[in-house]
Ligand binder design. Sequence first.
Ligand SMILES: CC(C)(COP(=O)(O)OP(=O)(O)OC[C@H]1O[C@@H](n2cnc3c(N)ncnc32)[C@H](O)[C@@H]1OP(=O)(O)O)[C@@H](O)C(=O)NCCC(=O)NCCS
Length: 194
Amino acid sequence: MPRIWEKIVITFDQERPHDYAEIEHLLTCAFGAERFQKASYALRKEGTNYSQYACVARAEGLVLATVRFTKIHVKDLLFGGNCNALLLGPLAVAPSMQGAGLGTSLVEYALAGVEAAGHKRILLVGDKNYYGRFGFEPIMPRYITLPGGRDADRLLVKQPSDMPQLPMFGRLQPLWANFDDHYMLPEGAIGSTA
Ligand SMILES: CC(C)(COP(=O)(O)OP(=O)(O)OC[C@H]1O[C@@H](n2cnc3c(N)ncnc32)[C@H](O)[C@@H]1OP(=O)(O)O)[C@@H](O)C(=O)NCCC(=O)NCCS
């Protein structure tokens, strides 16, 4: 799906394995090398963050923006059981292209893809002022924590109103096996929850 941004033709499509290094560079520019210490990264195991839902915006062979998704569980800590969700993120736009609508267009494109594939419950850790435009709402008054027990005060959800609601008291869990409920963040981890 090409779009023209002041004479640059930008294409939105699926992330490819050969995009990996370029995307990691873009993410380091956007979030810094310390991004791996964020609690949400504990839900994304190294090597598993490429999925069929990850999308990029590119122009002339360069990746200008990236958004990825991770399949997760929300564990109900009161009644037991898990519900499925996709965690959106990280999302980043190349610094020189920020503020021009690219992030909005990429998220809209990516959400259309995941929703068409049947994923109706999307979560993310981010700013309501930005993600509200896509229909994301704070999970409050629910209390759902991130790995390591981190408070997820910036956790947002987008799901149809007729879908079962998130648990009142829960925890985000990765899908990969043997995740320890008492998982601790690495020593010296920074305080951010995003
Ligand atoms: C955040 C980001 C993805 C937005 O993409 P973008 O292409 O720059 O943004 P868009 O042009 O689509 O949208 C611009 C709007 O978003 C707002 N916005 C941009 N970054 C924002 C942020 N971090 N928080 C809240 N609002 C933000 C702008 O104020 C602007 O608002 P307006 O439409 O009311 O004028 C991009 O700026 C970026 O990569 N930032 C660094 C990494 C980051 O913070 N990622 C998000 C983590 S939750």
